[in-house]
Write a protein that binds this ligand. Sequence first.
Ligand SMILES: Cc1cc2nc3c(=O)[nH]c(=O)nc-3n(C[C@H](O)[C@H](O)[C@H](O)COP(=O)(O)O)c2cc1C
Length: 459
Amino acid sequence: MSRRPSSSSPTSSPRLAKRPRLEYEPLTPDDYKNGVMLAPMVRSGSLPTRLYALKHGASLVWSPEVVDKAILHSERVVDPVTGVVSYNGKSKAIFTTHPIEKPYLIYQIGSSDPETAIQAAKIVMQDVAGFDLNCGCPKPFSTHAGMGAALLTNPDLLCAILTALRQAMPPEISISAKIRLLPTQEDTLKLVERIVNTGVSALTVHCRTRNMRQKEKAVIGRLREIVEFVEGMGRGIAVIENGDCEGYEHSHKIREMTGAHSTMIATAAEANPTCFSPAPLVDLENTFIPSYMRLARYLGNHWSNTKFCTTQFKGIHVAGSRAGLKTFRETIVHAKSYEDMDPHIAPWTGEEVFAQIVRALEKRSGRRHLQALPEVVLDAQQEEAKENASARNVLEQTIEKTPLVGEVDPTILRAPLWPANELRIPLPAFVTGEDVPTPSPTPAPTAPRNSILFLASAT
Ligand SMILES: Cc1cc2nc3c(=O)[nH]c(=O)nc-3n(C[C@H](O)[C@H](O)[C@H](O)COP(=O)(O)O)c2cc1C
């Protein structure tokens, strides 16, 4: 995920960067409403992806699940140049964040023990806005230990963990849970009632049951009754729909269909982290991936993770030759380090890309309506287009020269700096231009501006 503290930033300079200091109000249940959230995604939801999701309109971002025990003996290290905060284990960074995402960052915990969950939360609470309990992961590594979806059939333990977290954390730290549907609606409602009574601010419902495969269509038709049930409890808790949401416009349709207060996106955001925008980027090889790589390198994101994430990116192609795009993709597949991408990506202006993200977040609206205003998102995309124009020229000039040599890099299958609790065996997808449906632009609801203050301070 992130470099070890001893390694130097590829773009580091003796000068200490001015880092933004944030002042903001704590999250309330209302902050989980009227939004489109980035779902927790092991491996795919790393820091650069979360920052890009925020830049392009995600309301809040969930961290990948981190099992409680994994963080307990980590060392917190702050990069003096970039401000990146890494929680390092013995051989790898377990969790990496940056203060600019803190107002929007929900850290997801995997746990089957209230006391350990509290200990884990206390370690990272200074860097996050809220905690979410994973009650939906169906993978054996999780359920065997009583975590994830195993909690769905152990509601006493599930609620004990949530209650313990709520009591142990200060009020400014919000608590939420992410569940799957139970086989019957009656049991689902009973569970939901108990969860709401623990004092959570929000509940995400992944509209698949534990036994449903990811490829099966989410059963969003069951959600309206759940939303109405929660609203009937009168606590103002947000219900977030999760399952098959493809982007900004689709989010509004799903909310109309289900009554959900917000939606949460995983797979579509893994393919295109700009899908939160009313006008998601297309031709990602030209418009997005170069900037993404620059940012990832600047932030010290481990190459294997950056490579994995970029091989998952797929977008609509409207310009550029298929052959050229294929060559670019192959270069990524064969690259063993950031340096191997030099012909396509240099100059490595990651510091400027990061500054653009800071500017985009500065312009965002306030506490109560975290979703970025569409014009802010669109401004940010214009800036990005300029940034990538030079890369496009380089790409066009070098594409014919790039030799196709070597085997597929096996590191992409191992991602050595990532938590052991991965949900998926990654597919080193060689992307051939398969299109992902992306919503067309529509006007978005307006929301008040201001309230985040980024105070520059040299530290
Ligand atoms: C790559 C990947 C990693 C995931 N990791 C997590 C995780 O860490 N915690 C979690 O609760 N769900 C995780 N999920 C499940 C998603 O958060 C989400 O519930 C699921 O994919 C359904 O949403 P979708 O239809 O938008 O993909 C992961 C999904 C994907 C695709």
